[in-house]
Design a protein around this ligand. Structure first.
Ligand code: HEC
Length: 250
């Protein structure tokens, strides 16, 4: 039997997730003005998920944690524990540890004004299309302290951490009085990757975030089938029993 304290922790965790989902979905309702690009992701593409995991560890985990996911989760992506330890754990964390963030919340608050949120269930909060578009929508803005702004998340506190790969975008207002609504992003300074390569990079990352938010998706679907089959069988058994009980009454 599971210890009571473990259950308490679990319940607390889910309540926390619920609150985050609620507050963030209210917040995201304000920023839906920009059309989102469809994230070209495939949850069965293991190579893409492995690349995504690598990108996440390299580029996101200095600021963001994923405190509901453990490193050993990565062994489900066709990697051995050794490979995970060698290539994906960049701190002194152990394989059974949760992916907690290194940055302490006080420093984060001081540096960014807002602590970078936990990304364990981020795709369920914002949706994969939103994150895919967000990561590709940073542009240079001298009015912002970080030097960056974002079309999908105006005034965001996160700098464009991928600019070396992507290059630097600028916002070009559209024509006419409504111009601001038709502004477009142009690549003013190319990065190490071509736009296509960068799209692939971001898609892999989002694919991984999606996996992390619901690693049990495939198991869940299987259990669903078993439950359905069980219910069908139970239905016939119940019906046979009913006939048996009532047969003398009629
Ligand atoms: C230098 C620190 C830093 C790094 C590195 C970083 N972020 Fe962020 N990120 C932030 C901060 C700070 C915020 C909070 C922004 C705000 O609320 O204004 C944020 C916000 C976000 C959000 C929006 C969260 C929400 O729902 O409000 C997403 C998504 C995100 N980051 C994804 C990523 C991904 C993916 C990476 C890796 C490529 C990454 N971040 C790397 C600092 C960082």
């Amino acid at each position: 039997m599971m210890k009571l304290s473990t259950w308490n922790q679990r319940i607390a965790r889910w309540v926390a997730v619920g609150l985050v989902l609620l507050t963030q979905s209210i917040a995201s309702a304000n920023s839906l003005a920009v059309k989102l690009d469809h994230a070209p992701i495939d949850p069965t593409d293991t190579a893409s998920l492995q690349r995504g995991a690598q990108h996440f560890m390299n580029y996101c985990m200095n600021c963001h944690g994923a405190q509901f996911a453990r490193f050993d989760l990565l062994t489900r992506l066709g990697l051995t524990e050794e490979q995970v330890k060698k290539n994906l754990i960049l701190t002194d964390a152990k394989i059974a540890d949760y992916m907690t963030v290194v940055l302490n919340p006080k420093d984060a608050k001081a540096w960014f004004g807002v602590p970078p949120p936990d990304l364990s269930v981020e795709t369920r909060v914002r949706g994969s299309d939103w994150i895919y578009t967000y990561l590709r929508s940073f542009y240079r803005d001298d009015n912002r302290e970080s030097g960056w702004n974002n079309r999908v998340f105006p005034g965001v506190a996160m700098p464009n951490v991928l600019y070396e790969l992507q290059g630097e975008q600028e916002l070009k207002p559209g024509e006419g009085p409504e111009g601001q609504h038709h502004a477009s992003l142009i690549l003013a300074k190319p990065g190490k990757m071509s736009p296509q390569e960068f799209d692939r990079f971001t898609a892999d990352l989002v694919n991984y975030l999606e996996f992390m938010a619901e690693p049990a998706r495939e198991t869940r679907i299987h259990i669903g089938y078993f439950a359905m089959i069980f219910l069908v069988i139970a239905f016939f058994v119940a019906r046979a029993l009913k006939h048996e009980y009532w047969k003398d009454v009629h």
